[in-house]
Design a protein around this ligand. Structure first.
Ligand SMILES: C[S@@+](CC[C@H](N)C(=O)[O-])C[C@H]1O[C@@H](n2cnc3c(N)ncnc32)[C@H](O)[C@@H]1O
Length: 307
């Protein structure tokens, strides 16, 4: 295994980079650089163009690619427009987002993303900003915690889990992965334990990193920045994220509200490139089980007709 693979194995690599329909002289953004797997492939298709790679995690910066066509941006992608402006970029030809966390996050024992290891319950992708997952468990109201587990983890016992969190923290602060596991375990059956724990950890991670808000802000700015005919390529890993992207691609808003013009024609900023969502095939899932839940959607910005 080479170093790049050890950090993260890129998911739906060919399908997503093909989806960008790269113009060799174009300007592209990979807003989730990670181990740079997708970015590396994008760069092989660029001649005079440029690729900007965003990642909010300091560890990802170590994977920054050499050469004159790549710029690493250490930032949350919710500041996409600001940083493009800073680099003098007014419009882009395509943007790729491969959402969520990388394998590196799950494999690093010190970050608190995985229930396979004990340690501080941190879960921040950017270790310099925001509340840790433990701070969230120790400070949110019971109702707010129940919402997190229900909305982001789709856990049926979300209310009872929230109550248990509040009861536990009234005795002593919740600090570690094992503290959280001890609260969760009684709610899950043996057969479903692994899946349910993954859902609970996912819920807390999404809240810790403000993932849904960052995604909305980034997509809104991407639409502004994209040239007519430019491509937007997004890989999601859970249903809430996917629903948001699906609605936005269909209608240009997050509720999926169809807008019509005076004549009743549907007005939408995008043209779908894949009508059916693209998922990894059996071979990819076998090679890389973490790709199992991936869903790829590709759209092109309207307004390029006749050019
Ligand atoms: C699934 S990994 C991407 C892997 C990458 N495509 C590759 O081939 O190695 C997601 C990456 O995006 C970063 N990330 C997630 N949300 C982010 C955000 N809001 N802003 C900036 N980076 C983010 C994570 O730190 C992580 O490194």
């Amino acid at each position: 295994m080479d170093e790049m693979q050890a950090y993260h194995v890129p998911v739906l690599l060919e399908e997503s980079v093909d989806g960008l329909n790269i113009r060799p002289g174009g300007i592209y953004v990979d807003v989730t650089f990670g181990g740079g797997g997708h970015a590396k492939t994008i760069l092989t298709r660029l001649e005079k163009g440029r690729l900007y790679g965003f990642d909010q995690d300091a560890d990802a910066e170590k994977n920054a690619l050499p050469g004159g066509k790549f710029t690493f941006v250490r930032s949350n992608f919710r500041y996409l427009s600001n940083f493009m402006d800073w680099h003098g970029v007014k419009a882009i030809d395509g943007l790729l987002a491969d959402l969520g966390v990388s394998s590196h996050h799950f494999d690093d024992e010190s970050r608190g993303f995985s229930f396979r290891f004990d340690g501080d319950l941190d879960m921040r992708m950017n270790k310099r900003a925001g509340k840790t997952a433990a701070e969230i468990l120790n400070t949110y109201s019971e109702a707010a915690l129940a919402d997190v587990f229900y909305l982001y983890g789709e856990l049926r016992s979300s209310r009872a889990i929230a109550r248990a969190v509040v009861q536990t923290r009234s005795q002593r602060a919740i600090q570690s992965v094992s503290d959280f596991l001890n609260i969760l375990r009684p709610f899950f059956s043996r057969e479903k334990e692994k899946k349910s724990l993954a859902q609970a950890f996912q819920a807390l991670r999404i809240e810790t990193n403000g993932e849904m808000d960052a995604l909305k802000e980034m997509l809104t700015q991407a639409l502004e920045l994209l040239k007519p005919g430019g491509r937007l390529v997004v890989i999601t890993y859970h249903s809430l994220e996917d629903r948001l992207v699906k609605n936005f691609f269909k209608t240009g808003n997050f509720e999926g509200k169809v807008e019509k013009d005076f004549y009743g024609n549907v007005e939408t900023p995008f043209r779908p490139i894949n009508n059916k969502v693209i998922v990894p095939d059996e071979a990819e899932i076998e090679r890389n089980p973490r790709s199992r839940s991936a869903k790829l959607r590709i759209v092109e910005k309207n307004g390029n007709e006749g050019k």
